[in-house]
Design a protein around this ligand. Structure first.
Ligand SMILES: NC(=O)C1=CN([C@@H]2O[C@H](COP(=O)(O)OP(=O)(O)OC[C@H]3O[C@@H](n4cnc5c(N)ncnc54)[C@H](OP(=O)(O)O)[C@@H]3O)[C@@H](O)[C@H]2O)C=CC1
Ligand SMILES: O=C(CO)COP(=O)(O)O
Length: 342
C-alpha cells in the first residue's frame, strides 16, 4: 500500500517524465515541473512528451506545473531529474520554496562538473540535515515509461526515507530496492556512463564480442578500485547501481553514452555525434571527473582514462585501443576480489 505523499518531479526530459508517470500510475499525487512552459502545456493537452518520450501515453493523474514555487508548494518529496551540469543551480532555485519537511531525492547520474564533487555532497552542503536519497540502477526511460519490467535501487543515509522513496516508485513491473550506500550508488551510476562509451567505441570499430566482454569486466574492475578507494561498499557496485547499470548501458543501444561511443568508433566527430543524439550524454563531463577522482587517489584507470582522452580528441579510438592492448601483463586481482589493485 503506497502512502499518498505528494511528489514533485523536477526535470521534464525522458527520465523525469518516465519517473513522474510511474509514480502517478502508482497513485502518488505527482506534479512534473520543467523549465519549458510551452512543452509542459503541450504535454498536459496531449498527454504525451513529444520530444523525449514520443510513443508513450502519460497517465491522466499526472499534473504539470511550470511555476517552480507552485510545483514545490505542499510537496513532501522532491525528485530532481535534471542533467548533472544543472544540478547545483537547481538546488539554488528550489531553496526559497522548499517545504520545511520536504525530503530530497535525485535520479541524476554524474558529478558536479569541474570539481568531481558527488551530488549528495552538494545536497548535504546546501540542505544540511534534510533526508536525501539517490534513485539509480539499470533503467532506460523508454522501457520504464512503456511499463516494461525494471529494477532500480534507492540509497539514503536515512533508512526510513530510502524505504519511503522506494515505495513511491515500487510497482507491479518496477522493483525498487533500497540501501544505505549513497556514495557507492552514485559512483556506479556515474562511472557506467564513461565505460559505456568504451564498449560503444569498440563495437563501432567492429572489434567483436570478446572485446566488449573484456571491457565490461575490466571496467567493473576500475569501478571497484575507485569505489574501494572512496569508501563505497563493493556489494553496491556489484549490484543494480554498478554492475546492473554497467551491463545495460554497455550493451543496450538505447544508451546515449553507448551510442556516442558507437559514433566515435565509426569515425564521427564528437560534436556531431552529441548533436545527433539530441539528449543529455553525461559521459562527456563525467569522464573528466572520474579521472580527477582517480588522480586524487593515485589510481591508474586505463579504460576511463582512454575514454577521457578520446572524448577530448587527444587520441583516436585506434590509438586508445593500442594503448590498452599494449599494457604490461599482470595478475587480474593481485590483492583479492574486493581489494582490487591499483
Ligand atoms: N533517460 C534515461 O534512461 C535515464 C537518465 N538518467 C539520468 O537522468 C538525468 C536526466 O537525463 P534525461 O532525462 O535522460 O535527459 P534528457 O536529455 O532526456 O532531458 C534533459 C531534461 O533536463 C532539462 N534541463 C536541462 N538543463 C536544465 C536546467 N538548467 N534546468 C532545468 N531543466 C534543465 C531539459 O530541458 P529542455 O528540454 O528545456 O532542454 C530536459 O527536460 C541524467 O543525469 C541521466 O543520466 C538516469 C537513468 C535513466
Ligand atoms: O542511465 C541510463 C540507464 O540506466 C541511461 O543511460 P544513457 O544516459 O546512456 O542513455
Amino acid at each position: 500500500m503506497v502512502e499518498r505523499t505528494t511528489l514533485a518531479v523536477l526535470g521534464a526530459g525522458s527520465w523525469g517524465t518516465a519517473l513522474a508517470a510511474l509514480a502517478a500510475r502508482n497513485q502518488v499525487p505527482t506534479r512534473l515541473w520543467g523549465r519549458d512552459a510551452s512543452a509542459l502545456a503541450a504535454m498536459a493537452q496531449s498527454r504525451c512528451n513529444q520530444r523525449y518520450l514520443p510513443d508513450v501515453e502519460l497517465p491522466s493523474e499526472l499534473t504539470y506545473e511550470a511555476d517552480l514555487a507552485a510545483a514545490l508548494r505542499g510537496a513532501e518529496v522532491v525528485l530532481i531529474v535534471v542533467p548533472s551540469h544543472a544540478f547545483a543551480s537547481m538546488l539554488e532555485e528550489i531553496a526559497p520554496y522548499l517545504e520545511p519537511n520536504a525530503r530530497i531525492a535525485w535520479a541524476t547520474k554524474g558529478f558536479e562538473p569541474g570539481t568531481g564533487r558527488f551530488l549528495h555532497e552538494l545536497v548535504d552542503e546546501r540542505f544540511p540535515g534534510r533526508a536525501a536519497a539517490v534513485v539509480t540502477g539499470p533503467s532506460f526511460a523508454k522501457e520504464v515509461a512503456a511499463g516494461m519490467p525494471s529494477a532500480v535501487t534507492v540509497h539514503s543515509d536515512d533508512d526510513a526515507f530510502a524505504h519511503e522513496m522506494a515505495l513511491l516508485l515500487h510497482a507491479p513491473n518496477f522493483r525498487a530496492y533500497s540501501g544505505s550506500d549513497v556514495l557507492g550508488a552514485e559512483l556506479g551510476g556515474a562511472m557506467k556512463n564513461v565505460l559505456a562509451v568504451a564498449t560503444g567505441v569498440a563495437d563501432g570499430m567492429g572489434l567483436g564480442l570478446n572485446a566488449r566482454a573484456g571491457l565490461i569486466t575490466r571496467g567493473m574492475n576500475e569501478m571497484l578500485r575507485l569505489g574501494v578507494a572512496l569508501g563505497a561498499r563493493p556489494e553496491t557496485l556489484m549490484g543494480l547501481a554498478g554492475l546492473g547499470d554497467l551491463v545495460l548501458t554497455c550493451t543496450g543501444d538505447l544508451s546515449r553514452n553507448r551510442r556516442l561511443g558507437l559514433a566515435l568508433g565509426r569515425g564521427k566527430a564528437i560534436d556531431e555525434a552529441v548533436r545527433e543524439i539530441g539528449q543529455v550524454v553525461e559521459s562527456v563531463l563525467t569522464a573528466d571527473e572520474v579521472m580527477r577522482l582517480a588522480t586524487k587517489h593515485g589510481l591508474d584507470l586505463p579504460i576511463s582514462s582512454g575514454v577521457r582522452a578520446v572524448l577530448h580528441g587527444e587520441v583516436t579510438p585506434a590509438e586508445g585501443l593500442k594503448m590498452l592492448m599494449s599494457r604490461e601483463q599482470k595478475p587480474e586481482y593481485p590483492k583479492g576480489l574486493f581489494t582490487p589493485s591499483a
